[in-house]
Design a protein around this ligand. Structure first.
Ligand code: AMP
Length: 552
């Protein structure tokens, strides 16, 4: 236990004491980057553009609107919305006025959505026109919601027989924007995001103003995502998934231009926006980038401004990093989770790595990276004993951070173990603190008492040019308890038949992994199920293969 020195024994610093509040980020951007643009593809179909100064005024109008609707401080304000300027205004208008911005993932099941709105006790729900049918299906069972507000103008209001809906632009037009942000304790809740585990109900991570500001500084650092006033950043990661990895906060902090893709997330639409709006940097999960890369290669597109993209949320296969490199785009591999705000580590070289070969550098950059200041990590064995950082020992990954949760919203049991958050990931750590995630603990394959890394097998398989996606799951085995089964989706235009591709993949794997890691079978499917956040849904896949039997 670290020694605690009481204040009475200390000479206190004589510096201004101001709470770290989210409103301050937008005030800063409106003052010092007033004419920097925020561009959005709207649900209405067109491209909208305005500036940080405009955004600030409208965020203040949102705060005034919530005052007029008599919504108290700390009330939860739900959003069902794509990445766009109105969503950004609600982020700041609600948190800045001491309400809690509760972003909801519309891709979850209706029962989960109802549960989440009710558990959070949302009082207002803002939603994009796209989600009108979804709102109609949950509205009757969400008694705490007093106002359903559709994020469009009067001309585009969808019709509904069931929901009493208000129009965002009509409400906003009643407000002057002449508003002063309140000041309050920086530890107050600012936003809420539910994460759906594989068992039980979704659980809420309740972020504070303080944790959000500290996380924003950290993600903006050059060795982190590197967000600067010289970038045009397109967050593809949804604003309903862990606050789009903090990008909507880090951009105003740095004065970066933002390009919001709205509802169109297919490869062609993203490419079009990247080129038209001179995007320099982006961020998203691997499944989104798989679509974009396929489109770029098929259409022989050459990017003119696009230089970097952050990939995280699930393991980025080295083959994807290389495919981007060929297109002149550097991939920054990052690891994190909802409970970590979310960024925990980012893969970046150290100075000493510059003397290493390109292959060695690539190996470092394909890992999940090292923690930035503000995050500490360790791996432990089954007894909770710390394991060495030697890149060989692997165990349960635990994290501690200024921006990690210490409890879930409305849940009394603490998830912490001796003050550390158990991430549910299994990893190795090397002597330079680079993490390598080998699995989710619930996805590990245990063969004869030894762990096989499903991520490593997937990475090798997805490097094959005829493979679009590969998932490795554990299947019960009479002798070894479990053995790996590789499930593969072929790339469009793949010419090999199943038996030939299977043989090619086994050859490839034989060169790269230990013999006893080789999957006992490879099967081909049309698609691999995805979760609401676009990751491979291994639980679902295991269910689909529950009656699978090994070939004789
Ligand atoms: P979520 O809270 O939905 O964002 O999921 C967090 C989980 O996603 C982590 O605990 C990891 O299992 C996984 N994850 C996130 N980033 C990566 C990454 N770069 N590589 C492997 N797994 C990742």
């Amino acid at each position: 236990m670290a020694k605690i020195i009481e204040n009475s024994a200390l000479l206190m610093g004589q510096m201004m004491s101001q709470p770290l509040l989210i409103s301050g980020l937008l005030v800063h951007a409106a003052r010092h980057h007033a004419d920097t643009e925020i561009v959005s593809r709207r649900t209405e179909g067109d491209i909208h553009r305005y500036t940080y100064a405009d955004c600030h005024t409208r965020a203040k109008q949102v705060a005034q609107m919530l005052d007029r609707l008599q919504i108290a401080p700390s009330a939860r304000i739900g959003t069902f919305a794509w990445n766009g300027y109105r969503h950004l205004e609600i982020y700041y208008g609600s948190s800045g006025s001491a309400r809690v911005c509760h972003t909801i993932n519309p891709r979850l099941f209706v029962e989960q959505l109802r549960y989440i709105v009710n558990h959070a006790q949302d009082q207002v729900v803002f939603f994009d026109t796209t989600f009108m049918p979804l709102i109609e299906s949950i509205q009757a069972q969400c008694p705490t919601v007093k106002y359903w507000i559709c994020m469009t103008d009067a001309d585009h209001m969808p019709h509904s027989n069931t929901v009493n809906i208000h129009c965002y632009e009509t409400l906003l037009a009643q407000e002057s924007g002449d508003y002063e942000w309140p000041t309050f304790d920086e530890r107050a809740a600012s936003s809420l995001c539910y994460t759906s585990g594989t068992t039980g109900n979704p659980k809420g991570a309740l972020y504070s103003h303080r944790s959000t500001i500290l996380h924003s500084y950290a993600v903006a650092l050059p060795d982190s995502l590197g967000i600067t006033a010289r970038e045009s950043i397109m967050p593809v990661v949804p604003m309903f998934h862990v606050n789009a990895w903090g990008i909507p906060y880090a951009c105003p902090l740095a004065g970066a231009r933002i390009v919001f893709p709205g509802p169109k997330l297919d490869g062609a639409s993203l490419c079009e926006l990247i080129e038209q709006e001179s995007v320099t940097m982006s961020a998203g999960v691997p499944t989104i980038w798989a679509g974009l890369i396929q489109h770029v290669i098929a259409q022989k597109i050459k990017f003119t401004t696009f230089k970097r993209t952050v990939i995280g949320g699930s393991a980025c296969p080295p083959a994807m990093i290389q495919a981007f490199e060929k297109e002149g785009v550097q991939v920054i591999h990052a690891w994190g989770m909802t409970e970590l705000s979310p960024v925990g580590s980012v893969a970046q070289l150290k100075q000493k790595d510059y003397s290493k070969s390109k292959t060695e550098q690539d190996q470092i950059l394909a890992k999940q990276g090292r923690p930035m200041f503000g995050v500490d990590i360790k791996i432990v064995d089954e007894k909770g004993l710390a394991l060495p950082h030697d890149s060989v020992a692997f165990g349960d990954l635990l994290a501690k951070s200024f921006w990690a949760i210490d409890s879930y919203f409305g849940v009394t049991d603490s998830p912490l173990v001796d003050g550390w958050f158990p991430t549910g990931d299994v990893a190795t750590i090397d002597s330079d603190s680079h993490i390598q995630i080998t699995d989710r603990s619930k996805d590990v394959i245990k063969s004869g008492g030894e762990w096989i890394s499903s991520i490593e097998l997937e990475n090798v398989a997805s490097a094959h040019p005829e493979v679009a996606m590969a998932a490795c799951i554990a299947i019960a085995h009479p002798k070894w308890d479990e053995r790996p089964l590789l499930v593969v989706v072929k790339r469009e235009g793949a010419t090999s038949d199943d038996a030939t591709l299977k043989a090619k993949l086994l050859d490839m794997l034989t060169e790269k992994v230990a013999k006893w890691w080789l999957p006992d079978d490879i099967v081909f499917v049309k698609q691999i199920p995805l979760t609401a956040t676009g990751k491979m849904a291994k639980l679902k896949l295991r269910e689909e293969f529950s009656s699978y039997t090994w070939p004789a």
